[in-house]
Design a protein around this ligand. Structure first.
Ligand SMILES: [Zn+2]
Ligand SMILES: [Zn+2]
Length: 338
């Protein structure tokens, strides 16, 4: 089969490798659509600690079951499926207390290689996070299961309700998925980002206000009478944005720090602001099987429309092109169809 290898930052290679065989409990998927993701872009541009090189690449996908290993009952060849690339071990200390997103083994047992013709889903993922695709959902849309699960996870437990005010910083795929979900909850959303095209997309997706970062402070004054937002979602992974985010939230409000910065990055906050204004700062990582189920339902029931986030379609052979476009700030996400 053909598979994309990320050799080193900026260098990809399409290799012909043996198509894997599914072992006991595993399922072999013929990939129909894979999506580019912010993490993939980071790896492509400068490497990523979670993506070893040289190595297989891509982790958001959907497809058709080609072969089911022995012991698999729920899936058979020809089934249209969608999946995520991780599942918790259910044995470690974090799993024991139900914090499955923080599973100590979740990153070591993940799968990469969605930019390929086939991928094997290991048993622990088959059991927890592989689903039958709803027939009306396109494969490209079904591949949103993973990124949407991350966003579902970040909003869980926030008690967001109709009429709440929300600021989303960042108009990448994650920022825009936050927008879709925040609008579904009936909130009023302002979104800010550098790319005018993406702000336009945000507007089409239902943002109440869009603003360039240079006008943000001024626009916050107007939109919230100077009080600040109920919720601020940081979706850029930029250290200055992490620091500034606390200035945009109202007293008693919550800042969600979603975008990952480099390890060792340090931020500073005014303790007075955090303490006397009782600001909640919340870090977000990954998702639990319950979040994946919720994401599956949102997509399958057509509650959110992710289609406008797909900016184009490329065959495996052209894998460089979408990443080059993304690095120039063009488009949101691209679908790769082998
Ligand atoms: Zn992703
Ligand atoms: Zn675990």
């Amino acid at each position: 089969m053909k598979a994309v290898y990320l050799m080193q930052p900026g260098t990809v290679e399409i290799r012909d490798i043996p198509t894997p065989k599914p072992a006991f409990g595993e399922v072999l998927i013929r990939i129909k659509a894979a999506l580019t993701c912010g993490t993939d872009l980071k790896a492509f541009l400068r490497g990523h600690p979670m993506i070893p090189m040289p190595g297989l690449f891509g982790h958001e996908f959907s497809g058709v079951v080609e072969e089911a290993g022995k012991g698999v009952i729920r899936f058979r060849p020809g089934d249209e499926v969608m999946s995520v690339h991780t599942a918790p071990c259910r044995k470690c200390r974090s799993c024991a207390i139900g914090e499955y997103n923080l599973c100590e083994n979740i990153m070591q047992t993940k799968i990469l290689g969605a930019f390929a013709e086939y991928i094997v889903i290991p048993k622990h993922i088959v059991q927890q996070n592989l689903f039958h695709k709803a027939p009306q959902l396109a494969f490209e849309e079904a591949a949103f299961l993973e990124p949407l699960a991350c966003v579902v996870h970040g909003m869980k437990g926030l008690h967001m309700k109709k009429g709440d005010s929300v600021l989303i910083i960042g108009t990448g795929p994650i920022g825009l998925l936050h927008l879709l979900l925040a609008k579904l909850k009936g909130t009023r959303v302002m979104i800010t980002g550098l790319e005018r095209d993406r702000l336009e997309t945000a507007r089409r997706l239902g943002a109440d206000d869009v603003t360039l970062p240079s006008l943000l402070v001024e626009n916050i004054e107007t939109a919230t009478s100077g009080l600040g937002f109920d919720y601020v979602f940081e979706c850029t992974g930029q250290v200055e944005v992490w620091e500034n985010a606390v200035n945009y939230v109202r007293p008693g409000g919550t800042v969600i720090l979603f975008g990952g910065c480099k390890q060792g990055t340090v931020v500073t906050y005014d303790t007075y602001r955090i303490h006397y204004n009782e600001i909640t700062l919340k870090g977000i990582f990954h998702f639990t099987p319950a979040d994946v189920k919720e994401s599956y339902k949102l997509l399958g029931d057509g509650l959110i429309n992710v289609k406008p986030l797909i900016s184009g379609n490329y065959p495996l052979e052209k894998i460089r092109e979408p990443f080059e476009r993304l690095s120039r700030g063009e488009g949101v996400k691209y679908a790769i169809t082998p």
